[in-house]
Ligand binder design. Structure first.
Ligand SMILES: C[S@@+](CC[C@H](N)C(=O)[O-])C[C@H]1O[C@@H](n2cnc3c(N)ncnc32)[C@H](O)[C@@H]1O
Ligand SMILES: Nc1nc2[nH]cc(C(=O)O)c2c(=O)[nH]1
Ligand code: SF4
Ligand SMILES: [Mg+2]
Length: 212
């Protein structure tokens, strides 16, 4: 099988428990909760997406076979063999991730993390599972390493999610583009954590740092 890839780049993980960690990001084309077209945003299940995942025209984008994709990820990481870390994201990566890719990345010495909306069960051999639920979708992947809820989302119920089997619970303020609204979301998320100590605040550090 081949994979449709939007872009691949070396950066720091900006979000969540592993924020600050050097990582290759492998962004797949396509999502099951939005077409990625602006004219469809208002009617999509997920309406706040901050990412362009349409097409294969980004940095190192294209159609890849598993071995070639793992080799590209390795070349972007560089020489060092220690602490190799790749983040599978999108779009929705679980539309494409399969045994062949997971095995090829592991064979190249990578620890594999995923950012998924949880509507498709994640691959069992992925090393770090981060699920970010979207209100109005059916989350089937209710266990993992990190639950990262974007805040606020009308109709999302953190009290129920707290019963799911995750090692870490995080709240991430929604980026709406507008400064005052973003500020209000940071304040709201901070206030939530102060009232719910099981949850931690996740900020999008890469945006603060000007990294991809
Ligand atoms: C672009 S998504 C791709 C992976 C997967 N489709 C998902 O939603 O988890 C990567 C992460 O960015 C988060 N995200 C997307 N748009 C955001 C926004 N406007 N503000 C804050 N986080 C956002 C998602 O919730 C998810 O945790
Ligand atoms: N630096 C950086 N960290 C991230 N963490 C999750 C991201 C994503 O879009 O999945 C992301 C991203 O796009 N860039
Ligand atoms: S599920 Fe993820 S990739 Fe899809 S539209 Fe929502 S945030 Fe974007
Ligand atoms: Mg992003």
């Amino acid at each position: 099988m081949s994979y449709a890839v939007k872009e691949i780049f070396l950066t720091l993980q900006g979000e969540g428990v592993h924020a600050g960690r050097r990582a290759v990001f492998l962004r797949f084309t396509g999502c099951n909760l939005w077409t990625g077209r602006e004219e469809d945003r208002a009617t999509a299940i997920c309406q706040f997406c901050d990412t362009d995942f349409v097409g294969m025209d980004g940095e190192n984008g294209g159609r890849y076979l598993a071995q070639d994709l793992a080799a590209k990820v390795e070349s972007l990481w560089g020489e060092g063999k220690s602490a190799r870390y790749v983040v599978l994201t999108g779009g929705e990566p679980m539309l494409q991730v399969d045994d062949a890719l997971v095995d090829a990345l592991h064979a190249h010495g990578f620890t594999i993390a995923i950012e998924s909306n949880g509507t498709i069960a994640t691959h069992p051999r992925i090393d770090w599972v981060c699920i970010s639920p979207k209100a109005g979708s059916d989350v089937v992947q209710r266990r993992g390493d990190e639950l990262k809820l974007v805040w606020p989302q009308q109709g999302s119920e953190p009290d129920l999610m707290e019963q799911w089997d995750f090692a870490n619970f995080l709240i991430q303020p929604m980026d709406c583009g507008a400064e005052s609204e973003n500020r209000a979301n940071v304040v709201g998320a901070t206030d939530f954590v102060m009232r719910h100590p099981k949850w931690r605040l996740s900020l999008q550090n890469h945006k603060i740092l000007g990294l991809p």
